[in-house]
Design a protein around this ligand. Structure first.
Ligand code: SF4
Ligand code: SF4
Length: 493
């Protein structure tokens, strides 16, 4: 029986909000489809060589309103997950009731629900050293840290994993792991690097951009050693020097990276170039600009409209002009307002003369949410490998670090929608000068919105792993954009 590793600090008890049943593509195995079919009023067409399901021509039991129209073949089927439930036009599961309850659960009991619905929000990464449990942070209970500690639910999670292994027969991650390019590391070495990353992420005397920047520099240092064909890649990385570099004035931009001249491990002290800015904004837009999971159910003209709308939204976000509609926000958001809130939320140099300290713009609840998110993502191995579009460890961590910028942007969009705009403290009748302009703090609900959107996109939107998504990630890595963006977000370290 493999060891089960739980992410630290994560809590979860279902709030019965029904959000997952509105945003989840419910996948089914052949056996689940047949079982559900048998509960409907429609005969189940026999599968070749199958004896399951209701006898052909006999009709189902009629307990649930199920017809064959409800099931669709899954495109790009993953292992045993061969079918999906066709959602309603608004994207919700056909079994969701008006009071956010599951009709299958109500009529047939918990065990009859499709496994994809029961296992949410848990995910499993199966490795040669054990099974790492991850949680989807698009679940409100998980992102807020509401409910029981995962440690106290170990038995239930173990049972879910056993069923997961039986139902899907999941593949195991490789040993050794692709660390960067063609360079590989054993899981043992990788977990040692992760311990240091987690230690950085838990440094509460630093704000989150600095903690992530330290992680990015550590990983690049290992890349430098690996590319330099150093046999033992963990020798030479110096966490103390890295910490000193993120605490010090960033204007120097000096990274203690063991550079051997390879472009992948050069220090990145510079500012973001125009093209980098555009690509970074496009990366942020990808988190909210994807086609919805019920896209295929829409009539042709609405599909076309959705596609064109997405392209238009991305273009506006890349250029930072106009208004865009964002998921879960009713009114179109003015991009200029978002930029103001982002700027206001970054600790400015004149508020941070000593070059270190926490970002005062975020309250404790927001800081805790961010810490929980990044620590859990690292601890559950959800940022590289099969769990994340086959990215290498190094590129995956850098993409994860860049997700901070996306969270901040989306949180700012949410805040601007709530009317949180910079208040001016100038006396009436006179425009405020830049130094007089007060800046709003992002509230916890804004950060929650940002994390939920980003996490939904980070692991689960297919286009993140598409050709353009990969090319974008590779370019941003090559330019060291994550490091530059984090330096900017540190408020000019
Ligand atoms: S989104 Fe999370 S809290 Fe809401 S119903 Fe689903 S599992 Fe429960
Ligand atoms: S089957 Fe039930 S639990 Fe699963 S998504 Fe549908 S309503 Fe939610």
């Amino acid at each position: 029986m493999p060891d089960l590793f739980l992410p630290p600090g994560v809590r979860y008890t279902c709030l019965c909000c029904g959000l997952c049943c509105r945003s989840l593509e419910v996948t089914l195995t052949e056996a689940e489809r047949e079982r559900l079919s048998a509960t409907g009023g429609t005969p189940v067409p026999p599968r070749t060589g199958s004896t399951g399901g209701a006898p052909p021509g006999s009709g189902g039991t009629g307990i649930l309103p199920v017809s064959e129209r409800l099931f669709a073949r899954l495109r790009g089927a993953r292992g045993k997950q061969a079918w999906r439930l066709r959602p309603r036009p608004d994207g919700s599961c056909p079994f969701l009731t008006d009071d956010n309850l599951c009709r299958v659960h109500a009529k047939l009991g918990y065990a009859a629900k499709p496994f994809a619905g029961r296992v949410f929000p848990f995910q499993f990464v199966v490795t040669p050293v054990g099974v790492f449990v991850g949680c989807r942070f698009d679940c409100p209970a998980v992102v807020r840290g509401e409910g029981e500690e995962l440690g106290k639910q170990r038995g239930d999670i173990r049972r879910l994993y056993d069923e997961y292994a039986r139902t899907y027969d999941p593949p195991t991650e490789e040993e050794p792991v692709r660390f960067f390019g063609r360079y590989k590391l054993s899981w043992r070495d990788l977990l040692r690097i992760e311990d240091q990353l987690t230690a950085f992420l838990l440094m509460t005397d630093l704000d989150m951009p600095r903690r992530l920047l330290a992680g990015v520099r550590l990983v690049r240092q290992f890349v430098g050693l690996a590319v330099g064909k150093c046999e033992d890649a963990h020798v030479g990385a110096d966490p103390n020097a890295i910490l000193a570099s993120v605490r010090g004035p960033a204007s120097s931009g000096k990274a203690p990276v063991a550079s051997n001249g390879h472009p992948a491990c050069r220090p990145q002290p510079g500012r973001l170039r125009l093209l980098e800015r555009l690509l970074l904004r496009l990366a942020i837009a990808a988190f909210v600009g994807a086609t919805p999971h019920y896209y295929r159910e829409l009539p042709f003209l609405r599909r076309l409209g959705t596609r064109l709308g997405n392209l238009w939204r991305r273009l506006k976000m890349a250029l930072g002009v106009g208004r865009v509609r964002l998921p879960g926000i009713e009114r179109p958001v003015r991009l200029r307002d978002v930029a103001l809130v982002v700027a206001a939320s970054v600790p400015l140099a004149d508020r941070n003369r000593d070059g270190c300290g926490r970002a005062e713009a975020l309250d404790d609840a927001s800081a805790a949410m961010l810490q929980r998110y990044f620590v859990a993502k690292v601890a559950s191995q959800q940022f590289f490998g099969r769990a994340c579009f086959g990215r290498s460890f190094a590129q995956g961590f850098e993409s994860l670090a860049m997700a901070y910028a996306a969270i901040l942007w989306l949180a700012s969009a949410h805040a601007s929608d709530r009317g949180h705009r910079p208040e001016e403290s100038a006396p009436p009748g006179r425009n405020a000068s830049a130094s007089e302009t007060r800046t709003p703090s992002l509230a916890a609900c804004d950060i929650e919105y940002g994390i939920r959107q980003v996490d939904h996109g980070y692991n689960y939107l297919g286009e993140m792993g598409g050709v353009f998504g990969r090319a974008r990630a590779a370019l941003l890595w090559h330019w060291g954009t994550a490091e530059k963006a984090l330096i900017g977000l540190c408020g000019h370290l």
